[in-house]
Design a protein around this ligand. Structure first.
Ligand SMILES: Nc1ccn([C@@H]2O[C@H](COP(=O)(O)O)[C@@H](O)[C@H]2O)c(=O)n1
Ligand SMILES: C[C@@]1(CO)OP(=O)(O)OP(=O)(O)OC[C@H]1O
Length: 159
């Protein structure tokens, strides 16, 4: 059994869609990134890679590689999880927090869970998504960006 943690943050930018957990959320601004900037899926990917001892998202999908410009982070998540599975691991559970002063994440959480569960080939009950404002404090509170933190537990397939 191994645990992994993931963290990511992306800055808000004008003229970008806001995509979190594979869900496009109506909002005045989106997140800036080389890919679609799905902050939650990037943290999920890092938690899984970390638990498996496979490094991080930037090692597998460098932001200097034009291949990943505008990439769908669900595609990256599935590719990363395939490597985790190939290394002999299966997902026990995954728990995430989206740190966003705005917008509200709660109304979209079940759709995010469904996307992540589908990509990781698990039941929705295996995935939990929470959200917190930053109580107006700091760069998150000033709505300069959105962050996500994730923990994931993996079990060896042959254990
Ligand atoms: N972006 C967010 C932030 C929070 N929520 C929900 O509101 C609850 C209270 O959040 P506080 O930061 O004020 O403690 C939180 O537990 C979430 O259910 C949300 O949906 N979206
Ligand atoms: C996903 C990648 C690759 O397109 O780019 P970004 O969208 O900038 O995301 P980040 O979380 O900074 O790091 C991983 C990158 O390699």
């Amino acid at each position: 059994m191994r645990i992994g943690q993931g963290f990511d943050v992306h800055a808000f930018a004008e003229g970008r869609p806001l995509i979190i957990g594979g869900v496009t959320i109506p909002h005045a601004r989106g997140l800036l990134g080389h890919s679609d900037a799905d902050v939650l899926l990037h943290a999920v990917t890092d938690a899984l890679l970390g638990a498996a001892g496979l490094g991080d998202i930037g090692r597998h999908f460098p932001d200097t590689d034009p291949t990943y410009r505008g990439a769908d982070s669900r595609v990256l998540l599935r590719a990363a999880f395939a490597k985790v599975q190939a290394a002999g691991w299966r997902l026990g559970n995954l728990d995430a927090t989206v740190h966003a002063q705005a917008p509200k994440i709660g109304p979209h959480a079940s759709a995010m869970v469904a996307n992540i569960a589908a990509d990781l080939q698990v039941a929705p009950e295996v995935i939990n998504i929470k959200a917190k404002t930053n109580e107006g404090l700091g760069y998150l509170g000033r709505q300069e960006g959105i962050a996500a933190t994730v923990v994931a537990l993996l079990f060896a397939v042959d254990a």
